[in-house]
Ligand binder design. Structure first.
Ligand SMILES: C[S@@+](CC[C@H](N)C(=O)[O-])C[C@H]1O[C@@H](n2cnc3c(N)ncnc32)[C@H](O)[C@@H]1O
Length: 438
């Protein structure tokens, strides 16, 4: 509970970060949802950026801070003091890994205890942060914060690469931009960025991608509101290349929200006849907003539909030339962007997701024209959702065959290709391109 907004500069965002983390850690809330709910309470964009930075820094390696409290307190804060515990984590993260100036970081965090109505605990916060400053925080191996079952699955799936997966998953991700080619070239946009003092590098394999180091509010991007550019990870941008629908073709994007890939496909070819579905009507609204901002109009139909259902009264019966199945998945490839995945994911989720993905594949295959292409993609790194999923589909689908993807799409993994987190600067992603017999 935020009691007051007065006090040392920077106390307010630290208090908000503690509140967000309390909801994520102790009440099982999603980081994305909590940030969307609470950031608008802060007027200054720098404060909002600080809250995000603090939350991400804590969520990347919270076990280090747990270990510090266990070492330094006879009785570490329990559930009732969740907000205090999170404020201490926020304080620790400012010292390590963020390396913010210690004096200001400690003073603002102590003041944040008062903002949270915890004046009586301000002395304790001060003492523990001073101790962290003096003694340093414990370091732990990068795989510490994964639940045991998931750590073991990743080790089993990627025995030689698991170490790098764990290390990359706690590293901050670069900012990837996708330039809207309907509004100008990538080079022209790069010059606009340079004029605004932002340096960006074009990616050699992704035609629309620019890479920016560090964080930046989207509002700082020139022309963002008018649709000149979007934020989208490199591996997600590769999906448009992997699907490569025929010019002007009928395309079905079956799991479309919030619309990043629908929009990219339309930026590349506005003559596509696009049907975009999502089971979640609220999320589908985001697709509409995205297309509007990017000024993408044309033959586009958006529908709130369960694409896995046998009931398909949304469909005219005319088959699609290309289907994108960007499937709901464990999100284990994007932990660096959604670090709370490790807190919330349960082993039983994987079983349910594998079932849903299989049903989506079977139902959507029926909507594909003979000679058409279906791209199966996930942001998972688990073989059960990826290579094994597509192998099982091929075994039960006689008119499906694999169209092998080029090496730039990642490690060969069964019938598809897998990018692991951090490779090429992108997220973990799986792609399999499937052709239907003509
Ligand atoms: C990985 S996200 C898609 C991201 C999106 N393609 C993009 O690039 O912005 C998966 C989406 O699948 C949707 N979804 C889950 N089950 C579905 C179903 N049975 N039918 C349609 N959409 C579904 C979720 O609501 C979610 O928006």
């Amino acid at each position: 509970m935020i009691a007051s907004s007065t006090g040392a500069p920077g106390a307010q965002p630290r208090a908000v970060a503690a509140g967000v983390l309390d909801a994520v850690f102790l009440r099982g809330r999603s980081l994305r949802v909590e940030l969307a709910r609470r950031l608008p309470t802060l007027d200054d964009p720098r404060d909002r950026a600080l809250v995000e930075t603090l939350c991400f820094a804590v969520l990347r390696q919270p076990a280090r801070y747990e270990a510090a409290l266990a070492q330094w307190m006879a009785k570490p804060p329990g559930r009732r003091d969740g907000e205090l515990k999170m404020l201490l984590f926020v304080g620790f993260a400012q010292l390590d890994p963020l390396g913010l100036p210690a004096h200001a970081a400690v003073a603002s965090t102590v003041e944040a205890a008062r903002v949270l109505g915890r004046r009586h605990q301000a002395g304790l916060v001060n003492a523990l942060l001073r101790r962290a400053q003096r003694e340093g925080l414990p370091t732990l191996p990068p795989d510490t914060d994964w639940p045991d079952w998931l750590r073991e699955r990743i080790r089993g799936d990627w025995p030689a690469l698991a170490g790098s997966i764990f290390a990359e998953s706690i590293a901050p991700a670069p900012l990837w931009l996708r330039v809207n080619r309907q509004q100008g070239s990538r080079e022209a946009y790069r010059e606009r960025l340079a004029a605004a003092g932002i340096s960006a590098l074009p990616d050699p394999t992704l035609a629309d991608a620019l890479r920016v180091e560090g964080t930046l509010a989207v509002t700082a991007l020139p022309g963002f509101t008018a649709g000149a550019v979007s934020v989208q990870d490199a591996s997600a941008q590769a999906v448009a290349d992997a699907l490569a629908p025929p010019a002007g073709g009928r395309v079905l994007d079956a799991c479309a929200a919030p619309g990043g890939k629908t929009a990219h496909l339309l930026e590349r070819d506005p003559s596509l006849r696009m049907t975009a579905l999502d089971v979640d009507p609220k999320r589908l609204e985001a697709v509409e907003g995205t297309l509007k901002r990017l000024q993408l109009r044309g033959d586009i139909r958006l529908m709130a539909v369960d694409a896995a259902s046998a009931k398909d009264d949304w469909w005219s019966g005319q088959p699609f030339d290309a289907v994108l199945l960007d499937a709901p998945c464990s999100a284990t490839g994007i932990v660096r962007r959604q670090p709370d995945v490790r807190l919330h994911r349960r082993e039983s989720d994987i079983t349910a997701l594998v079932k849903l993905q299989a049903r989506l594949l079977d139902v959507l295959w029926q909507k594909l024209a003979p000679g058409g292409v279906l791209l199966y993609a996930t942001c998972s790194i688990l073989k059960a959702e990826n290579a094994a999923q597509v192998e099982a589909f091929l075994a039960r689908t006689p008119d499906a065959r694999v169209d092998p993807l080029a090496e730039r799409f990642g490690h060969a993994s069964g019938p598809g290709r897998q990018r692991l987190p951090g490779e090429g600067g992108g997220d973990g992603f799986f792609y399999a391109r499937l052709l239907k017999a003509a």
